[in-house]
Design a protein around this ligand. Sequence first.
Ligand SMILES: *Cc1c(COP(=O)(O)O)cnc(C)c1O
Ligand SMILES: [Zn+2]
Length: 405
Amino acid sequence: MTHLECSLCNRKYEAGKTWNLCECGGPLLVRYDLGKLRSAWSRDSLVSAPDNMWRYAPALPVTHETSIITLGEGMTPLLHAARTGERIGASDLLIKDEGLNPTGSFKARGLSCAVSMCVELGLKRLAIPSAGNAASALAAYAAAAGLEANIFMPQDVPQSNFIECKAYGAKVTLVDGLISDCGRIVAERRQAEGWFEISTLKEPYRIEGKKTMGYEVAEQLGWELPHAIFYPTGGGVGMIGMWKAFAEMEALGWIGPERPKMIAVQASGCQPVVQAFEEGAERSQFWKDASTVASGLRVPKPLGDFLILQAVRESGGTAIAISDDELIDAGIQLATEEGIFVAPEGAACVAAAEKLIRSGFLKNDDRIVIYNTGSGLKYLEAYATRFPRTASGETDKLGGLITPR
Ligand SMILES: *Cc1c(COP(=O)(O)O)cnc(C)c1O
Ligand SMILES: [Zn+2]
């Protein structure tokens, strides 16, 4: 790592110091001496690298190996979904199953990197506003590092997230509001409390952890990127991160200039990026009354909206919204067909892929990678609505309720 650079005004910031946003309000991106790295690091050397995301450590910001806090995140399976693919007309459909990460979501990647950097920079009291999974991941990695985690989340977050955070020993405050309200509270109290704020993109290292999804998909596909990537977009960190990873890998000489179509998938009840994309706008507008069971997508105004929209447009991708009913249907159908129980966010991508193949936006033989960002097990309340335990009239029959005599 050489320095940080503002994604809006290009102002540079010194490495080895604590930063949040640029003076201008823009998110900071980590920069490396890729020319030097190119001669020191080859993709072939990965054969003997650790079996987690830290295999890409030369392109991550941590300088001392002893700072690394890992729970085994990354190197998740890339699974061929043949039956679902056949049904929706996609002969090469792959699911990157991020639900197998520690804490059951890909947030583990971002928080492993962010918490490791807190260790390196000597930060001890951490705070985060979260729609759910980022809180669980911060709580776990802070516990692993022996640091304090202060968590603010909407009171209606999935039960799994609340219980996990408590079990990991975090200080949890439930907020009668949205993640944007949680963000405001953390920003207001941070100085007086001496907290370091780990909000999405206000902290520059979560994106570095999440970008490893880009390195990994390239490595798992033999350094040939797919035709399209479906990404469930809330704050868009993974999308921005992967786009950055592709540029870095090209500078390292690991891949060519081809890029996948980046497809931002949102929920109908909260689709600021889709709206901005359709209007041709550079920034999104605050989505009022945001509501969806896909809690990771309930981000009414992503801070990095312009970076998401850049990646989508430069790649020739698109943005699409899926209703809660459609995405829960798609999740159950995928589980039945493939044995993969995905988070509603991942399920939205399956429904989106079906639509974009039907519309002709994608070809039947395109290689498609869907990011399932979390495990369905974290969203039992959302799926439970489809499976009442005692459906009336189903007593005493197989698949219903039986009373033993
Ligand atoms: C946070 C989250 C998302 C959205 O991730 P971003 O990178 O912020 O867009 C999607 N799915 C799940 C399961 C999440 O927890
Ligand atoms: Zn700036």
